[in-house]
Design a protein around this ligand. Structure first.
Ligand SMILES: [Mg+2]
Length: 364
């Protein structure tokens, strides 16, 4: 069974975020951009993957099509981990964290999907079996900035059945407003996306002390300042979470050796796929650190995260970006049922896209 085609597919799906989000750039954020990877084999199997998306999609799409795929077309699917390691080595001089990684992730997830389909086993079965098949989810809110709207949307998420709320806010007023809105018992986390020096982060953590924050995510600039994260994790009284911007297993090893975090957040579409993510699980276990997967996806990357999370010895909460997509080619997988997100069943990822929806929202 050989790889016949590797096709990057770009989707742009409008969403309703409940109010105008400030986005992570300068413009309000109104649609979700997704980079799906479709691989077809010479015997007609099709696998689906997802590479890290958002604003980097044009570069990742080109990297998949023009730089990574030529190394893989015509190759055997069997033994794909070794094959992808070989490509990772060949392309290492183009960066160990970035579009090469994201491309390999999208392709690797699709190859796992194909390997599962070829063997009639789901990915969690291929990984050794699930310890659970459904998870609570936390609502990962967009940045809104205004305390009233952050409070309103936080409360709405809890009403809808989410077990916890994550804010993307960097000021105290919206954080306090959210805590007041959801009451004292619902877990609240704060993701700041790397804004502060160590001293600034310490001052902010002191202000958050009475908000019962379960974790403070990526408080330090730059994200690889592990010694600063470690000092904050040790001294601030708030557990630190980070990892979505870590590019390799080796870098995770450095981070964990420095006791930089209490929650480690590998991202399957960024770190290079399912096998690399599994290695981070092993490292985390050896360092007694809890895995909290980064999963702001709505496609095969989300499914891959669920299969991986199913193998952990403890129940994690799954990150679900809290927006309503106008439509989704993977709608069955991404929504809460009875307050839980279910791990897809069936061979491979256990999901098949609705091709009509995929076609309708395809932009490249
Ligand atoms: Mg984050």
């Amino acid at each position: 069974m050989k790889i016949k085609t590797i096709e990057p597919i770009v989707l742009k799906i409008p969403f309703d975020a409940g109010a105008s989000s400030q986005g992570f750039g300068d413009k309000p954020w109104t649609s979700y951009d997704m980079l799906v990877v479709r691989i077809e084999t010479d015997n007609g199997l099709v696998g689906w993957g997802e590479a890290w998306g958002y604003g980097i999609i044009p570069a990742t799409r080109t990297t998949i099509a023009d730089i990574v795929s030529p190394h893989l077309i015509g190759r055997e699917v069997a033994g794909f981990s070794a094959m992808l390691d070989e490509v990772r080595y060949k392309l290492h001089l183009f960066g160990r964290n970035g579009t090469v990684n994201y491309s390999l992730a999208g392709i690797e997830i699709a190859l796992w999907d194909i390997w599962g389909k070829a063997n009639n086993l789901s990915i969690h079965e291929l990984l050794g079996g699930a310890r659970r098949l459904a998870f609570e989810a936390y609502a990962s809110l967009l940045p809104y900035r205004g305390p009233d709207i952050v409070a309103e949307i936080s409360a709405r998420a809890v009403d809808k059945g989410y077990a916890a709320v994550k804010l993307h806010e960097i000021e105290m007023a919206p954080i306090r407003a959210a805590r007041a809105a959801i009451g004292p018992d619902v877990a609240l986390t704060v993701d700041t996306n790397c804004p502060w020096t160590l001293q600034q982060a310490k001052a902010m953590a002191r202000q958050m002390a009475d908000c019962n924050i379960m974790w403070l995510e990526e408080p330090i600039w730059p994200p690889e300042n592990f010694s600063a994260l470690a000092e904050l994790n040790r001294e601030s009284g708030i557990a630190i979470a980070a990892g979505e911007n870590v590019g390799s297993v080796r870098e995770f090893s450095t981070m964990l050796s420095k006791d930089a975090v209490s929650y480690v957040q590998p991202s399957v579409t960024k770190i290079g796929g399912i096998t690399e993510m599994q290695k981070v699980f092993v490292l985390a276990d050896a360092h007694n650190v809890t895995v909290a997967p980064h999963s702001p996806y709505f496609g095969p990357g989300f499914a891959a995260t669920l299969h991986l999370a199913a193998t952990l010895p403890y129940a994690v909460q799954i990150e679900r970006v809290y927006v309503d997509l106008e439509a989704s080619p993977f709608a069955a997988m991404i929504n809460l049922k009875d307050g839980r997100i279910a791990v897809p069943r069936g061979p491979g990822l256990g999901i098949e896209p609705d091709i009509a929806v995929l076609t309708r929202y395809r932009v490249a």
